[in-house]
Ligand binder design. Structure first.
Ligand code: EPZ
Length: 428
């Protein structure tokens, strides 16, 4: 078992480069299923969620070639089946995008319900309702398999209530459907817009992504294209939060500042100094941050995927901060780990009140999910003493080389293989 060890209390300083957006890339990779020839996608981060989707595509018959550190050629021409078993989907929640993509390509799909981070119930009723509107008959089969079947998917009006996954799935299903699909109240997240741009580069006709209505005119076929994914808003935000929490000075490079406004604005409220450049943001923080009040909301609101990182940051901000989680129903589990480090906080349903303390203390803690793992790292970076984080495979799902990048910013951090308790006895 590997763990992360942090000797905290050092201010982060220097520059860090941000990779491609996990949640955009996962949607783009599913989108390659709709193209009749190869797509070259650049800015694909080296994270395990991406590995999981590439593996699924390969198992289903795609040619997957890595042609550069972050560039892959993917050709799904020889796919002949719309079936994906649980052994393949269990490692990554975004594998449910295969449902929309396979349905969009073949008019039928049988995909096992995916795994993913345990941050709440995460129903898929909106996806199913959307597929039904496009003409699908659906059924839930044994082994948590959903099957969709339609003679030919046809355009319709669907309401996605700002769900990211449902908006992505319906876009994938609709680009090759007959007629026009209107998505009302779509998610407006940057990765949804990125998927629309990718599909359009493949010859689709998707208009309005990023606004209140998306209109998709179905086309007969999509071709391959060359496309570079957007930078990761959440990876960038995580380094910005780490810089502020450690009272450091960090230039976060290779970002789209517009995507970062929902994160820079609460940082400014906490007293951090922010400077924006064309594709970089400088964060500089004073010795003590101030409390703030944050509510997670769909884009352009404050992202739920940054809530745990801010939870960690606010532990040492002066005064009582309030975090309100309005998207997922179980995203405060990491808070009990923060209390092991000396944080003073109280969680009541979807609201957490954090009374800032002067200093956190290092402690052994667990990463409960991907972003909660990032929160533990931030807490460890500002705590006095050693923090030891286990379950770090969650962090590897979405952060490329987190330890190396933080070392580059001056953190005293390492990954180390640790023998599990009793392993030597069991080895005989
Ligand atoms: C996406 O998940 C992201 N995952 C999540 O990122 C992110 O937290 C979330 O959007 C919100 O921004 C990917 O992009 C792969 P939703 P998704 O559908 O699509 C409810 C991370 O850490 N809902 O927008 O699953 C749902 O229960 C991850 O990178 C329904 O009720 O999120 C939730 O409360 C974790 N019925 C809310 O909507 C549905 O059919 C938002 O979910 C669908 C969703």
């Amino acid at each position: 078992m590997e763990k992360i060890f942090i000797n905290g209390g050092r201010a982060l300083r220097g520059g860090v480069h941000i990779g491609g957006a996990k949640n955009a890339v996962l949607a783009l990779l599913a989108g390659t299923i709709l193209a009749k020839d190869a797509c070259r996608i650049d800015n694909i981060p080296e994270i395990s969620d991406v590995g999981a989707i590439l593996h699924i595509l390969h198992q289903l018959g795609a040619e997957v070639r890595r042609v550069g550190k972050y560039t892959y050629d993917i050709n799904t021409r020889y796919f002949d089946s719309g079936e994906v078993p649980y052994e393949l989907t269990k490692h990554c929640r975004a594998s449910y995008y295969l449902l929309g993509a396979l349905f969009g390509r073949f008019g039928h799909a049988r995909v096992a319900l995916p795994g993913g981070c345990d941050i709440g119930v995460r129903p898929i009723d909106l996806h199913i309702r959307g597929f039904e509107q496009l003409g699908a008959l659906y059924k839930f089969e044994e082994n948590a398999i959903i099957s969709l079947q339609a003679e030919q998917p046809s355009g319709s009006v669907v309401n996605m209530k700002s769900s990211v996954g449902a908006t992505v799935n319906i876009m994938l299903a609709a680009v090759r459907a007959r007629g026009v699909t209107v998505i009302e109240t779509p998610a407006k997240e940057p990765h949804v817009v990125d998927l629309a741009n990718f599909l359009n580069a493949c010859g689709a006709d998707v208009r309005g992504a990023g606004t209140d209505v998306i209109k998709i005119h179905g086309v007969k076929e999509l071709h391959g294209c060359e496309y570079a994914a957007i930078p990761d808003q959440i990876e960038a935000g995580t380094y910005m939060a780490a810089a502020a929490a450690t009272h450091g000075r960090v230039l976060v490079q290779g970002v789209i500042p517009k995507h970062m406004e929902c994160i820079t604005s609460p940082l400014i409220e906490c007293g951090a100094h922010i400077e924006e450049y064309d594709d970089a943001i400088l964060v500089e923080a004073p010795e003590r941050l101030q409390r703030c009040k944050i509510k997670t909301m769909p884009y352009p609101g404050f992202p739920t995927d940054m809530q745990p990182q801010f939870g960690a940051l606010l532990c040492t901000a002066e005064g009582a901060s309030i975090l309100n989680e309005s998207i997922h129903d179980n995203r405060f589990r990491y808070m009990e780990q923060l209390t092991r480090m000396g944080a003073q906080l109280k969680v009541d349903g979807k609201v957490a009140v954090i009374e800032g303390v002067e200093q956190l203390r290092g402690a052994p803690v667990k990463a409960y999910d991907l972003r909660a793992g990032a929160a533990m790292v931030i807490a460890g970076l500002c705590a006095q003493g050693i923090t030891e984080i286990e379950n770090i495979e969650f962090i590897d799902r979405g952060f490329e080389n987190l330890v190396g990048k933080l070392k580059g910013l001056g953190a005293d951090i390492k990954r180390k293989e640790v023998r599990e308790y009793g392993a030597e006895l069991m080895a005989g």
